[in-house]
Design a protein. Structure first.
Length: 161
């Protein structure tokens, strides 16, 4: 059986209000609202309904603009790029064109091809950050913390691997 938060997320995507989901699942509205925020299921029409109940007097356009600014850039493109680099699906020539200013690019690409996992991760982290991929996306993809990513980039800048 699927867990309750997955069911809540699916109901939210279908446009059901928090009250409707609470009536069906028997959960408290605060729990459902927290699940919705954690899952980043922020559809302006759903959120507007909840905010109006709390006294919000603005319209959907201003709310949608605000939500668009708050949500991070789409991750799939950055994840796909990092995965393609790790799998060798993007040629070294293409990477060289995408990242012309990266010093010792060939050494990093060699590490991606031939290095052990930790070395490949460091090389990918440096290439991804050089491409402008947000720290949060790199950290999520490699399952590392921000301090570790910063350390990888500092090692690279100081001439380490």
């Amino acid at each position: 059986m699927r867990d309750v938060s997955t069911i809540n997320k699916e109901m939210s995507k279908r446009g059901m209000s928090i009250r409707q989901i609470a009536a069906i699942t028997g959960q408290d509205r605060k729990t459902i609202r927290a699940d919705r925020l954690r899952a980043r299921v922020w559809r302006p029409s759903l959120l507007l309904r909840d905010l109006k109940a709390q006294g919000y007097r603005g319209g959907i356009t201003i709310l949608a603009d605000y939500l668009r600014q708050q949500q991070p850039a789409a991750q799939p493109d950055t994840f796909q790029w990092m995965l393609a680099v790790l799998q060798g699906a993007i040629s070294h020539v293409d990477i060289a064109c995408q990242l012309p200013d990266v010093t010792e690019r060939e050494r990093l690409l060699t590490y991606l091809r031939e290095g052990r996992r930790s070395v490949r991760n460091r090389a990918l982290a440096v290439l991804a950050r050089s491409r402008g991929i947000p720290m949060a996306h790199v950290c999520a993809f490699l399952h590392i913390g921000q301090k570790t990513l910063i350390r990888y980039c500092q090692l690279y800048r100081n001439g380490g691997s």
